[in-house]
Design a protein around this ligand. Structure first.
Ligand code: C2E
Ligand code: MG
Ligand code: MG
Length: 733
């Protein structure tokens, strides 16, 4: 019995086809690539959802209206059929068809929608005795209803073109004598349906038009904190650290905002701490060498006059030896206090004698027992001499420290701009030479920088002349100093450092000629030579399968050339090496001269894959915002901090703070000047990634570096193989 009956089986799970995956991928791409904010996306999504729901609501309501209209019409049809059948079902022989017609006429009169109502008399063979109106016969549905009623013997109805044709068999004494036909117009149903549809559509439209702006408003309101947070991160990236974020909220956004604020604060604090520490001397609270350098440079750049006094305590070493370092330290602090007092007094007197003169003195501690003074106005030698003499005299009176009477003396070397140098480094060198002179001529005295044949200007002229031909004569050599990964000591690259092989004076280091080369405009030629030579050497190494990354120093004037980036890229291309094989080092002071322009000029190099490093980091920056905008990969922590990071608390804090900050900002770090295992351990513990220094190798000729690099690689490979063997052996056991 149930043989023909099929139990529906569950459809097999649809496997995800390639098309589905492609569609999902496309939707994801569309979502991530749409150039719209969160609020717009959310609004779009809600709008789409709203439209789909409204369309579904309209469709359901329309079909409901259609169903209601149809059932009302069906009911009416049933009533008409019932009335006709009650008369025509079995008419007594004494009744005539005309009586039925009376009923039909009444039906027609009752509703204006009745198109026709009459009876067709038929004989036993089914032939009509009277004819149908032409209009009825034109609709085939009318004939079908007629035939169904005739052959089936029961009432039939068929919906034709705008009319419902009803046919009811008429019987008398059991025999079929005719067919009653009634035609009802279906226009009321169509009208009811279309009015319901238009009402639903209008309602839906009104709803959507009201709901959409409301949704947009709420979404906008809800996503406002996210937008504020986004704006804050954008401003942070642009260096503005004071953007309000919705911190007080209790939800996830509040938590995110608080984390954001904490992160920003930690970066700003680190930055300020580094700035403070790098500009002052921790023990005496005086300015340090870097602050003195900046001050001098700014005075000179403004076109002002400056005199630099370099004071060295003569007998502090003996105090340390006799009474201990603690007493020596206290003596230095006492000296600093007395020198400060004398300076303030001398300046006060000078300003009293020269009212309106814009004069100031910056006092700095330059090292253990060395102090520097920069007088920033146009004073003559006599006046400066008097000041130096007062400083020396102030030290003559012994210091009472911890029950000891400590005597120290000081010698001073003096250099004046512009005669003895036009920049801080040169002035300091001239003052140091004068100081050496003062010491050699008996201590506790002062000396002006000599302006004779041995003077800086003369030496400068000689070096300048010889340097001009050094490149042509092939006297410049490039040395390579290894850079290692701190975790495993593997050599990852080298810094290219120029050397001058002078025919009579031997090998000269860059500190003795770079400043002069820069002042005389020769440094560009030297820089181009070093870059070309480094790229050539890198290409030779690449051919041999050796791939150390080479860092090349560039000067301020070099990277200010409009064609700098394209020249570098051309040189790299000519050497046939990948751009990532070269790293360009630019000192922090140079990078921060005009950070915006520097960032713009360096961008094409970074885009091409050349790595960029900020050299001597910690000595010259002034703006954290600019740093975050620089397109750089690496920060090289200056040697002055690294060399002191084990001994000196301030340097330790500077290095640790710089490392925390660089980790936060996502830079790699190279610590310069690592000379001891203790320094290496400290840097490693602080999360420093790479290092460079005498501990790993001094700058060396290319051949020597190649040997060291290859040997390290072989040793590394051997270690790896023995490690693999060891672990394989352990597993086998
Ligand atoms: P830099 O770029 O900071 O290079 C690092 C300097 O620190 C090198 O001095 C290196 O020999 C020295 N150094 C590295 N590790 C240690 C260490 O453990 N202890 C000590 N005491 N010193 C270490 P170098 O070769 O005398 O170069 C001095 C500066 O001259 C360089 O400083 C760089 O600013 C400049 N320079 C060198 N070559 C070029 C060049 O081709 N172009 C330009 N524009 N500047 C150059
Ligand atoms: Mg460098
Ligand atoms: Mg450096």
């Amino acid at each position: 019995m149930l043989a023909g009956f099929r139990v529906p089986t569950a459809a097999p799970p649809r496997s995800i086809s390639a098309l589905d995956i492609e569609l999902i991928g496309w939707l994801r791409r569309l979502n991530t690539q749409l150039p719209l904010g969160l609020a717009a996306r959310f609004t779009l999504f809600v709008a789409a959802l709203l439209l789909v729901l409204t369309a579904a609501f309209v469709t359901i309501n329309n079909s409901e209206a259609e169903r209601a209209a149809n059932s009302a019409f069906d009911e009416k049809t049933r009533q008409i059929v019932a009335v006709v059948e009650s008369v025509a079902g079995d008419m007594p022989s004494d009744r005539r068809l005309s009586d039925l017609q009376v009923v039909l006429d009444r039906i027609a009169a009752a509703s204006e929608n009745t198109r026709y109502a009459y009876t067709v008399e038929v004989d036993a063979a089914g032939a009509a005795r009277n004819s149908d109106p032409e209009s009825v016969l034109r609709d085939p549905m009318a004939s079908i209803a007629f035939l169904e009623a005739f052959s089936g013997g029961v009432a039939s109805s068929r919906r034709g073109d705008g009319v419902l044709h009803i046919a009811v068999p008429v019987r008398s004494e059991g025999s079929l004598i005719g067919i009653a036909r009634v035609g009802l117009s279906t226009r009321p149903i169509d009208e009811a349906i279309s009015s319901a549809v238009s009402r639903n559509i209008v309602l839906a439209l009104v709803f959507v038009m009201l709901a959409l702006p409301l949704c947009a408003f709420f979404i906008n309101y809800l996503t406002a904190p996210v937008r504020r947070l986004t704006l804050a991160t954008r401003r942070l990236a642009a260096g503005n650290f004071s953007v309000p974020v919705p911190e007080s909220r209790k939800d996830e956004l509040g938590e995110l905002s608080r984390s954001f604020v904490a992160m920003t604060k930690s970066i700003v604090d680190s930055f300020e701490a580094v700035q403070k520490l790098t500009m002052t001397d921790g023990a005496s609270g005086l300015a340090n060498r870097e602050q003195m350098r900046r001050y001098t440079q700014s005075v000179l750049e403004r076109g002002g006059k400056a005199s630099l006094l370099y004071l060295d305590l003569d007998r502090i070493k003996r105090v340390n030896e006799a009474l201990g370092i603690d007493v020596g330290d206290l003596a230095i602090i006492g000296v600093a206090e007395r020198l400060k007092a004398v300076t303030a007094e001398a300046l006060g007197m000078y300003l009293k004698q020269h009212p309106g003169d814009d004069c100031d003195v910056l006092m700095a501690r330059l090292g253990g027992d060395e102090f520097g003074f920069v007088v920033s106005c146009n004073v003559n030698e006599e006046c400066i001499g008097q000041y130096a003499a007062r400083l020396i005299t102030a030290l003559a009176r012994p210091f009472e420290i911890s029950g000891h009477s400590v005597s120290v003396t000081g010698s001073i070397g003096i250099a004046m701009a512009p005669e003895d140098g036009m920049d801080f480094a040169t002035l300091l060198r001239s003052a140091a030479n004068a100081l050496a002179d003062a010491k050699s001529q008996g201590r506790a005295t002062y000396k002006f920088s000599a302006r004779d044949m041995k003077s800086y200007a003369y030496r400068r002229l000689m070096i300048e002349q010889e340097l001009r031909t050094a490149v042509e004569k092939n006297q410049l050599e490039v040395y390579y100093q290894p850079q290692v990964a701190l975790t495993d000591g593997a050599i990852v690259g080298a810094e290219a450092l120029v050397r001058w092989r002078h025919p009579t004076r031997g090998l000269i280091g860059p500190t003795d000629f770079i400043a002069i080369a820069e002042e005389s405009g020769i440094l560009d030629t030297i820089g181009t030579h070093v870059l070309r030579e480094s790229c050539r050497q890198a290409s030779v190494w690449y051919m041999k399968g050796l791939t150390p990354k080479i860092s090349v120093n560039v000067s301020a004037s070099q990277c200010q050339q409009p064609s700098f980036a394209s020249d570098v890229l051309k040189t790299i291309e000519e050497a046939g090496i990948p751009p990532s094989a070269i790293e360009i080092e630019i000192t922090e002071t140079v990078a921060m001269l005009d950070p915006r322009t520097t960032a713009r000029d360096l961008a094409p190099l970074r885009a091409a894959g050349v790595r960029l490093a900020i050299d001597d980091f910690g000595t010259g920056y002034s703006n954290l915002a600019s740093l975050t905008r620089m397109p750089v990969d690496v920060l090289k922590i200056d040697r002055s901090f690294v060399s002191e990071c084990v001994r000196d608390g301030s340097a330790r804090v500077v290095v640790a703070t710089i490392l925390t900050m660089t980790q936060n900002l996502g830079f790699e770090t190279v610590a310069e000047g690592v000379e001891s295992a203790a320094q290496r351990e400290f840097l490693l513990a602080q999360g420093c990634t790479y290092a460079q220094g005498y501990l790993f190798g001094k700058p060396m000729p290319a051949a020597e570096f190649e040997e060291l690099y290859s040997a390290k690689r072989r040793a590394g490979a051997r270690d790896l193989i023995s490690h693999i063997r060891r672990t394989a052996g352990t597993r086998a056991e």
